[in-house]
Design a protein around this ligand. Structure first.
Ligand code: NAP
Length: 210
C-alpha cells in the first residue's frame, strides 16, 4: 500500500486527508502536533499516523505539500525527498489574492522541483477549492484534477491517488504545464471570490461534437 504524507493540515490538507483516510496508509503532519493528533482522531482510525515533518517525509512514498507556496518551497529543500513523489497543490498568489507572484517562464511546481531535484514533482489539486472535499464523492467524481509532471510513473501514481480521493484526472503533460495550470487556479479564485461565485465551482474542459 502506498504511504501518503500530508504536510500541512489547513483547509486543503484536512480535506484531502478526509477523502483518503481508510483508503491508503496515511501520515498527517503539521507544526502543531497536538492539533494534528486531535484531527487524526476524527478520521477512520486504521492506517493514520501523526508524525513531525521530517519523520513524515522520511516515512512516505508520496508527500503532499499542503502548505502556502513559500512554506512549500522551504519544505522542498529537505534532502529526504530524494526519490519520492512530491505533490505540489499550491497557487502562488499575492497576499491580497489578486494575482500570481510568478509565472510565464516558470511556475511554483518548477521552483519546488528545483529545490528538490531528486524528487518527482507532480502538480495537482490547485484548481480544487477545499470545500469540494466535503461534498459527497458522487458530486466530484467527474471534476478534473489537472496533473503535470515529468516522470510518467510518478504521474501515474498521482493519477491513481486522485481517483482514490474521488476526482477525475486531466493530464496536461510535463511539469512546465504548471505554468498554464496555475493561472487556471488563479482564474478559479477570481471567479470564486472576486466575482462572487463561491467555492463550490471548478474548471473543466469541454469536448464538443464536431
Ligand atoms: N484553500 C483552497 O481552496 C485551495 C485550493 C487550491 C489550492 N490551494 C493551495 O493549497 C495550499 C494550502 O492551502 P490551504 O487553504 O489549505 O491553507 P491554510 O488553510 O492556510 O493551511 C496552511 C497550512 O500550512 C501550514 N503552514 C503555514 N505556514 C507554514 C510554514 N512556514 N511552515 C510550515 N507549515 C506552514 C499551516 O500550519 P499552521 O496551522 O501550523 O499555521 C497550515 O497547516 C496553498 O498553497 C494554496 O495555494 C488552496
Amino acid at each position: 500500500m502506498t504511504t501518503i504524507a500530508i504536510i500541512g493540515l489547513g483547509k486543503m490538507g484536512k480535506g484531502l486527508a478526509k477523502r483518503l483516510a481508510g483508503k491508503t496508509d496515511l501520515i498527517v503532519s503539521t507544526r502543531d502536533l497536538a492539533a494534528a493528533t486531535a484531527f487524526a482522531a476524527t478520521l477512520p482510525a486504521a492506517h493514520v499516523t501523526v508524525l513531525a515533518q521530517d519523520a513524515a517525509i522520511a516515512s512516505a512514498d508520496v508527500v503532499v505539500l499542503a502548505l502556502p507556496y513559500a512554506a512549500a518551497l522551504q519544505a522542498a529543500a529537505n534532502p529526504a525527498l530524494a526519490g519520492k513523489i512530491v505533490i505540489d497543490i499550491s497557487n502562488p498568489v499575492t497576499a491580497d489574492f489578486s494575482g500570481l507572484t510568478i509565472g510565464h517562464t516558470t511556475s511554483a511546481a518548477e521552483e519546488i522541483q528545483a529545490r528538490a531535484p531528486l524528487a518527482h514533482v507532480v502538480k495537482a489539486y490547485n484548481t480544487i477549492f477545499a470545500d469540494l472535499f466535503d461534498l459527497p464523492t458522487s458530486q466530484t467524481a467527474s471534476v478534473p484534477v489537472f496533473l503535470a509532471g515529468n516522470d510518467a510513473a510518478a504521474v501515474a501514481t498521482v493519477a491513481a491517488l486522485v481517483a482514490l480521493s474521488g476526482f477525475a484526472v486531466e493530464q496536461t503533460g510535463g511539469l512546465d504545464a504548471a505554468r498554464l495550470i496555475e493561472p487556471v487556479g488563479m482564474l478559479n479564485i477570481r471567479f470564486g471570490f472576486g466575482l462572487g461565485r463561491g467555492t463550490a465551482i471548478a474548471p473543466q474542459w469541454l469536448e464538443l461534437a464536431a
